[in-house]
Design a protein around this ligand. Structure first.
Ligand code: T3D
Length: 263
């Protein structure tokens, strides 16, 4: 049978496709393991300078497969969701948010529960206009996991974060863009070409600086301005000694295209 994660490479862009379309690409243990392994492999491969994540079929991802035990194969026992989160979702979120290359997410259809919050982990999130986002957790008696409690207020502020999480309504891609949850909502037919072009563009940029930008912005969320300025100085010092900055300045001076290689 076809793998639950499809992998392909075009230039320096590694594309990973969630591939359990009959279950709306919801996560079971195997899909978790395969995705983690593919992200590790992309992170370790110097030939990869951007990861593009999307889904097969009509959904991006419906979150946890509610029919899959994940951590407690004895279905007569209630499963320990804390273990499921600690063992599967939390490591996946940390892996995505600390990838050494930028991550583009192309949301091809509905993204529900953990599927929505994993999408929001991307550095640039595009969504097909027909796609939608649902914080489905509240409807089944849970809180937004996979970073939802951290991500949502940061992306859209407390009022909207709580509105999304408490009501669990289906939010169309256009509204998600308007709220600042995602980068762009685009015509369905344009989703993959635009995501690919964006990923290629990022892959040609100074990877180290892009990743440092993400890290600095995430860390600055809990710093005051003075400490954020200190953190910027530290990162800028490191980047200033790195190849890509020398190359960027040299290329600018010589009016030629830069060739960035740091990762
Ligand atoms: O549990 C833990 O380990 C803790 C971790 C929790 C993380 C979470 O993600 S909790 C949230 C889990 N997700 C959900 O609650 C979403 C459930 N799904 C839906 O609400 C709807 O399916 C959608 C809104 C996503 C799509 O609706 P619609 O009408 O387009 O499709 P559908 O008919 O509901 O679903 C199509 C099929 O996919 C259907 O199967 P069938 O009847 O064709 O055999 C449906 O059962 C299946 N499916 C959809 N989502 C899930 C799923 N099967 C298992 N788990 C799912 N999450």
């Amino acid at each position: 049978p076809e793998s639950m994660i499809l992998k392909s490479q075009s230039g320096a862009v590694r594309t990973l496709v969630l591939n359990r379309p009959a279950a709306l690409n919801s996560f079971n243990g195997e899909m978790h393991s395969l995705l983690r392994a593919e992200l590790e492999s992309a992170a370790a491969d110097v030939g990869v300078r951007c990861v593009l994540l999307t889904g097969a079929g009509r959904a991006f991802c419906a979150g946890q497969d509610l029919a899959d035990p994940l951590v407690c194969p004895d279905t007569s026992q209630p499963k320990d969701l804390g273990v499921a989160i600690e063992r599967y979702y939390a490591p996946l979120v940390r892996r995505l948010r600390s990838m050494p290359v930028p991550v583009v997410v192309a949301v091809n259809g509905v993204a529900a529960g953990a599927g929505a919050n994993l999408a929001f982990c991307g550095d640039l999130v595009l969504a097909a206009r027909s796609a939608s986002f649902i914080q489905a957790f509240g409807k089944i008696g849970l809180i937004p996991d996979s970073g939802g409690t951290w991500l949502l207020p940061r992306l859209v502020g407390r009022a909207r974060a709580l509105g999304l999480a408490l009501l669990g309504d289906k939010l169309p891609a256009d509204e998600a863009e308007r709220m600042g949850l995602i980068w762009r909502s685009v015509d369905d037919a344009e989703l993959l070409p635009l995501a690919q072009a964006l990923a290629e563009r990022l892959a040609g940029m100074p990877t180290k600086a892009l990743v440092a930008t993400r890290r600095a912005m995430d860390e600055a969320q809990h710093l005051d301005l003075t400490h954020a300025l200190t953190a910027e100085a530290k990162l800028q010092r490191e980047l200033g000694f790195a190849h890509d900055y020398q190359e960027g300045v040299a290329a600018f001076g010589a009016r030629r295209a830069p060739v960035f290689t740091d990762r």
